[in-house]
Write a protein that binds this ligand. Sequence first.
Ligand SMILES: [Zn+2]
Length: 172
Amino acid sequence: MPRITQHTEARVTDRKRMVNADIFFSESAVCDIIAHADKGASENAEVMGLLAGRVHRDEKGTYAVVERTVTSGLLSDAVSVRFDHSDMGTLFDALDDLDFEYVIVGWYHSHLGIGCFMSDTDAATHGSAFSDDTGFALVIDPIREELKVFKSSKDGPKEASMVIMDDHTQMA
Ligand SMILES: [Zn+2]
């Protein structure tokens, strides 16, 4: 995965969260991830993509809001996935097409029937792209119908609390 420089340059804005969670997802972003993972599963392949949104801060610390996801061509099989470096133009075009001021707050990928956890490879990938404490990794297993989010910590990725926002509620 390419190093995500925009992330560390994130402009953090003050906004009090309504409930205490580490990360909030728009309903449409989660639907896109589920559809992508289902399509991958039908081809017996893992999928991945990036989580675009914003980082906010309140008295409890920082938290992220994911508005949209982006992806590109992938090199994947049933147990691994990575971006196809020959297709990075698609990824950057998708980022350019986002019509709001975003930062990359994390990434997602799927597991096929083995449950949601961060493997050693996943943790290494995460650490190379997100070195500070506001990078998130969503893992979805479309076969077991499970979904979990992990956040960076000194001891490696640990499970984070997430909230899915109804697209009609004004939160972000
Ligand atoms: Zn994994």
